[in-house]
Structure formats: structure tokens, C-alpha cells
Design a protein around this ligand. Structure first.
Ligand SMILES: NC(=O)c1ccc[n+]([C@@H]2O[C@H](COP(=O)([O-])OP(=O)(O)OC[C@H]3O[C@@H](n4cnc5c(N)ncnc54)[C@H](OP(=O)(O)O)[C@@H]3O)[C@@H](O)[C@H]2O)c1
Length: 202
């Protein structure tokens, strides 16, 4: 399979890319590194990326930002960071990417545990993650030619514990192998419209 992984050099992305590269042809995209550059917050950049990469069998997005801050300090502009990057970035990847995915291909998006179990200072990322879950369920009903879409929602991953553990008191870190399997299930399996939750019911 030819797989395009946006964010394929990130903390989660590099482990997922390494795994898929064992038996698939992987192309990595990112803002500052990768085989091709893209900023998913910019529609024209997404279109240019697909034009450069051409047709693929699977698009995997493990990228996108949203601001973490207390609700009373968040401005409307602060919310737009997550709306433009993680939410509309991934929605536009699907909208534009539909022209570049082979029949029977797939999209795999990324959210996280905050959609179901928010922690302090996460109104924006939690809201955006929840919106992506609803988007995936709805758009899966409309995709044609056997094209599938799922979203992987992980808890705090093992490789990010040092950076984020203070935000997630009492959370069990998710082994990288388990996170990788969420993406494998979506890309190599047959499911569509699924929220693939990779965390304990905390
Ligand atoms: N780490 C966790 O524990 C965890 C758990 C659940 C969910 N998640 C979610 O998983 C995703 C990846 O997390 P991560 O920890 O792997 O993040 P990360 O280490 O910061 O990696 C993110 C990757 O995405 C790229 N990227 C960021 N913004 C982009 C944009 N606008 N356009 C294109 N590429 C972009 C980055 O490269 P450049 O900087 O070069 O663009 C980088 O390669 C995020 O959406 C995060 O919320 C993470």
C-alpha cells in the first residue's frame, strides 16, 4: 500500500511510520520535515501536498494543534487555533484528499482521550476532538467507492509521559505498540466510521 502520513515524524507519528514502512510504501509530511511539507491549517498547502504526492491508498493524519489554557483566559482567537489546525485541518485533508485516494482506500484521523475524559485546561482540545469524532461518524456514511474513515483516540502515550504527566494525574500511559495497533486496525482492517479508543475506561 502507498501510505501518506501527515505528522509522521512526530512522537506518535515516527513509531507508526516505522511500523508501516516494514511492509508498505510510506510518505511522510510535516510542516518542517518529511518527504513533503504541508501545513494542514492551510487548504492551499494541503492541495499542493496531494498534487505533489499523487494518488495513495491510505492517508493517516497524526498532526494538529489546539491551545491548552484555562477557559477564563481563552480568547476567541485562541479557540480558532484548534478549529483551524486540528479540526478543519483534518476535515480538509479528507475533503481534498478524496480526489487522491484510490477506491477501497482509507483515511485515519487522530484525536485523543480528552474528547471523553477532559482534564484541566483542555476546553479547546477536548471540544475539537469531540467534533472530529462526530465528523468521522457522519462522513463515513457518505464516502463512495469503498473508501473508509476512522479516527484513533489514544490516551497519554508512553513516549510523551515526561512532557505531559502533570496534566494527567492517575492516567495509565498507553504503550506505543498499542497506539500503533490503532492505526494498523484502521488502515489494514475493514472498519469504517469507528472511533478506535486506545485507553482504559478511566
Ligand atoms: N502524545 C500524546 O500522548 C497524544 C495522545 C493522544 C493524542 N495525541 C494527538 O496526536 C497528535 C500527534 O501528537 P504527538 O504527541 O505525536 O505530537 P508531536 O510530537 O508534536 O508531533 C506532531 C507532528 O505533526 C506535525 N505537525 C504539527 N502541526 C502540523 C500542521 N499544522 N501541519 C502539518 N504537520 C503538522 C509536526 O511536525 P512539524 O512541527 O514539522 O510540522 C510533527 O511531526 C496530536 O494531534 C495530539 O493531540 C497525542
Amino acid at each position: 500500500m502507498k501510505i501518506l502520513i501527515i505528522g509522521g515524524n512526530g512522537t506518535i507519528g515516527k513509531k507508526v511510520s516505522k511500523h508501516f514502512a516494514k511492509k508498505h510504501e510510506v510518505t511522510i509530511a510535516g510542516r518542517s520535515s518529511g518527504d513533503v511539507t504541508v501545513d494542514i491549517a492551510d487548504r492551499e498547502s494541503i492541495a499542493a501536498m496531494f498534487e505533489s504526492v499523487g494518488k495513495v491508498d491510505a492517508v493517516v493524519c497524526i498532526a494538529g494543534e489546539a491551545k491548552w489554557a484555562s477557559f477564563d483566559s481563552m480568547t476567541e482567537e485562541d479557540f480558532y487555533i484548534g478549529l483551524k489546525s486540528k479540526l478543519m485541518g483534518q476535515v480538509n485533508l479528507v475533503g481534498i484528499g478524496l480526489n487522491y485516494v484510490h477506491a477501497g482506500g482509507s483515511f485515519t484521523l487522530t484525536t485523543g482521550i480528552l474528547a471523553d475524559h477532559p482534564v484541566d485546561m483542555t476546553t479547546s482540545p477536548a471540544m475539537v476532538n469531540g467534533a472530529i469524532h462526530s465528523f468521522v461518524k457522519a462522513v463515513s456514511l457518505e464516502l463512495k467507492n469503498g473508501v473508509r474513515i476512522n479516527v484513533v483516540s489514544s490516551g497519554l502515550v508512553e513516549d510523551s509521559v515526561t512532557k505531559y504527566e502533570d496534566y494527567f494525574p492517575g492516567h495509565n500511559p498507553i504503550p506505543m505498540r498499542k497506539v500503533i495497533n490503532g492505526y494498523v486496525k484502521s488502515v489494514e482492517g475493514k472498519d469504517t466510521g469507528e472511533i478506535i479508543r486506545m485507553y482504559d475506561n478511566c
